[in-house]
Design a binder for this molecule. Structure first.
Ligand code: BGC
Length: 731
């Protein structure tokens, strides 16, 4: 868990943020001297410090560390683990999530949702975001941040689609590892979630995700693997669902055999909230911390240890796993800010807000731009802004998704800049005339559209934790916490009507994932801005007016219709009850998830994985590929500066039984008009490997592999084959 604590130390040492340093000092353990607590001596190794502390702990001390006590919930925190002043152990403030410091917290920045972050395809930006998220968290008294979420988008109807990083294991893994590295540059532990196979909200607390070994390893685990091996994540949250009939938080194969042994995870597994269902089974299967209370891991665990049902060595391992990341990230030296002061503090700086805007700008995807309809860079234009999502009320709902990741969960709204505000402000500066109709009275919307040079229609969906979307249509709606506001206004009908009234119609989508677009051929431009966070209006105005050139790419396939999705039977989605009375979800599509399915079935998606336009154009040339690397030249062949996400896909020899092509590398490159850059991306044995069910490990089949390079999974102008020798990589 490299890096830790640097930022806090540096700031205190420089004498900056004196108040903050004072706050920190107040929360320092009562007897923070290394004579009484020799493990505070950070010249020793983390393992030494943790073992030394462990050996000073009583059974009660240990039990107190492995479950939450719920005492900070009134500060809006999701969870809390008490400190121990005798042993100089700081308390843990545990809180959501991946789009900012949420729950009931006030005074934090609302960043774009996970799917928008992933759509930036920019690990450096994601690390910067993680660092800022962790820093805000720490100032609010949080030192365990419940992010990032990396469940693969198996079904786009998933109510938490917006929280995750899309459908590709490699992209999700790189995104998550980058964010984790940033979070843990603070004295804050990141928590990758939800482990594993929590790919839908329907029956999320009871359904069993039934999956076989190969798709488990190739599709659903690699993002967690990257979080562990590349991000050195301190905590993993096990999920609500069952995995092959056993609750994820008491599943010995996934928790111990895979996560801890195979992937080498040495941090702790924390249960999702009320996701623990037993004491002995869960502890022995590999769960290290119950959240948010001690109903199983409090007195019942103590009794089970005393009765020998859970070995003391297992309890020691649980505690060691919690202590290690605490030492590694510097939590002992830099406990998070004290409550209740931290709860009241406003920690959102102008730099943080600027970063929220940048992430939104860089994650917004230009899906269609006929006849150069965008950017709207002329002066003195009449612009009709249409749709509830553009107005102050709608934007206050559509900037984030619903549920535990919402910023904040209740009682306070961050300074959301609505699209109408952002566009009016930016348009005014160039003499544009901006009018607004919310679209609830269609006649007003049409009148506004007719009287304008361009109509920009904003449409949103209403994704939330706790329930799936019933279809991929655009309904009107938005969610705050777990409550959704839905009205029967059909936004697709509104778009169609506006497009008839004004042939120059642009659609901006504030959706947490794919929607179907029956109007796709009737409009000139389409932007997917996801849930853009509080800088919503400023970010979208910058893109619409061309101050920012869009560079986001889809982390998820947009299907033309739901009938094209790989989950074609109720057994696959949402699952059917088995003879055991449990809803079973059959992952029978195997590896054919997302674009892998569309490619293997030759189905044309509405917009493919990896797709996204720019206001400039790019040319790819000069590919050379070996089993160890890919090089090519990328040129900005248009007239504006812009960034392209160059993508590398590998196609295995047919006999291996893999989907036609899979993402194995990417790089976002910024180029001035006419500029070229030679790009080299590494490949490794895993780029060519498949999971061998019979031998339970990774293998490379000998043969010719196709390496393709381009700007989306369906636009790969460069191709070469490389001959790869067979090898056995093991688990
Ligand atoms: C969610 C988690 C979240 C936890 C704590 C659960 O309902 O599934 O993602 O971190 O609550 O708020």
């Amino acid at each position: 868990m490299g890096g830790g604590l640097g930022r806090g130390v540096r700031l205190c040492a420089l004498g900056a943020l004196a108040l903050l340093c004072a706050l920190t000092a107040r929360t320092a353990p009562a007897r923070a001297d290394s004579a009484a607590c020799p493990w505070l001596d950070n010249s020793k190794s983390v393992n030494e410090r943790a073992s030394e502390l462990l050996s000073a702990m009583t059974l009660d001390d240990k039990i107190a560390m492995v479950h939450g006590d719920q005492i900070w919930e009134h500060y809006g925190m999701a969870g809390h683990v008490p400190g121990n002043s005798r042993l100089c152990i700081p308390e843990l403030g545990v809180n959501d999530a991946g789009a900012g410091v949420g729950d009931f917290e006030v005074g934090t920045t609302a960043f774009p949702a996970g799917i928008a972050q992933a759509a930036s395809w920019d690990p450096a930006l994601q690390t910067q975001f993680g660092r800022t998220l962790g820093w805000e968290a720490w100032q609010k008294g949080v030192n365990v941040q419940l992010a990032p979420g990396v469940n693969i988008a198996r079904v786009p109807m998933n109510g938490r689609n917006f929280e995750y990083m899309g459908e590709d294991p490699y992209l999700s893994g790189q995104s998550a590892a980058a964010e984790i590295r940033g979070i843990q540059q603070n004295p804050v532990i990141a928590t990758v979630k939800h482990y594993a196979l929590n790919n839908q909200e329907t029956n999320r607390q009871s359904a069993s995700s039934d999956v076989s070994e190969r798709p488990l390893h190739e599709i659903y685990l690699p993002a967690f693997e990257a979080a562990v091996k590349q991000g050195h994540v301190g905590a993993v949250m096990c999920s609500y669902n069952r995995i092959n009939s056993v609750y994820a938080c008491e599943q010995p194969q996934t928790l111990t055999d895979v996560l801890k042994k195979e992937l080498g995870f040495d941090g702790f597994v924390m249960s999702d909230w009320e996701g623990t269902h037993s004491t002995v089974n869960a502890a022995n299967a590999g769960l290290d911390m119950q959240m948010p209370d001690g109903s199983y891991f409090g007195d019942p665990l103590k009794a089970a240890v005393q009765a020998g049902q859970v070995p003391m060595a297992r309890l020691d391992d649980m505690v060691m796993r919690i202590l290690r990341p605490m030492f590694e990230t510097g939590i002992f030296e830099h406990p998070a800010a004290a409550e209740p002061q931290a709860f009241a503090a406003d920690v959102s700086t102008s730099d943080d807000v600027a970063l929220a805007r940048k992430v939104s700008e860089d994650g917004t995807v230009l899906l269609k731009n006929d006849g150069g309809a965008l950017p709207l860079d002329g002066n003195g234009k009449r612009i009709a802004v249409i749709g509830t999502a553009a107005g102050p009320h709608g934007a206050a709902l559509a900037y984030g998704g619903g549920g535990s990741s919402h910023i904040p969960e209740a009682g306070w709204t961050p300074n959301v800049v609505s699209p109408l505000q952002g566009i009016t402000q930016a348009g005014l500066a160039k003499g544009d005339l901006v009018t607004y109709a919310d679209g609830t009275a269609i006649a007003d919307a049409l009148a506004a559209a007719k009287a304008s040079d361009v109509a920009v229609v904003f449409a949103s969906d209403a994704e939330t934790e706790g329930q799936d979307r019933s279809n991929l249509n655009l309904t009107f709606g938005a969610c705050v916490a777990i409550e959704c506001v839905q009205t029967p206004i059909d936004q697709s009908k509104l778009i169609e009507a506006v497009a008839q009234a004004n042939p120059n119609t642009i659609v901006v989508l504030d959706t947490g994932g794919p929607v179907v677009m029956p109007w796709v051929n009737q409009v000139n431009g389409i932007l997917e801005a996801w849930y853009p966070g509080q800088e919503d209006g400023n970010a979208i105005a910058a893109i619409l007016f061309g101050q920012v050139n869009p560079s986001g790419k889809l982390p998820q396939t947009f299907p033309s219709s739901e009938a094209d999705l790989p989950t074609r039977t109720p057994q696959q989605y949402p699952g059917v009850n088995g003879s055991d009375g449990i809803p079973h979800v059959s992952y029978s599509e195997g590896l054919d998830v997302g674009y892998r399915w569309f490619d293997s079935q030759n189905i044309k998606p509405l917009f493919p994985f990896g797709f996204g336009l720019s206001y400039t154009t790019f040319r790819y040339s000069g590919l050379t590929a070996t089993p160890g690397s890919v090089s090519f030249t990328l040129t900005n062949s248009g007239r504006r500066a812009g960034a392209e996400v160059a993508q590398v896909y590998v196609g295995d020899p047919p006999a291996v039984g893999e989907p036609p092509r899979q993402l194995k590398g990417y790089r976002k490159v910024f180029l001035l008009p006419g500029e070229s850059q030679r790009v080299t991306l590494p490949l490794d044995a895993r780029s060519f490997a498949y999971w061998d069910d019979a031998r339970h490990g990774w293998a490379v089949a000998p043969g010719r592999y196709t390496v393709s390079v381009g700007g989306s999974s369906r636009d790969l102008p460069l191709q070469e084959t490389v001959r790869v020798r067979g090898s056995w990589l093991g688990p």
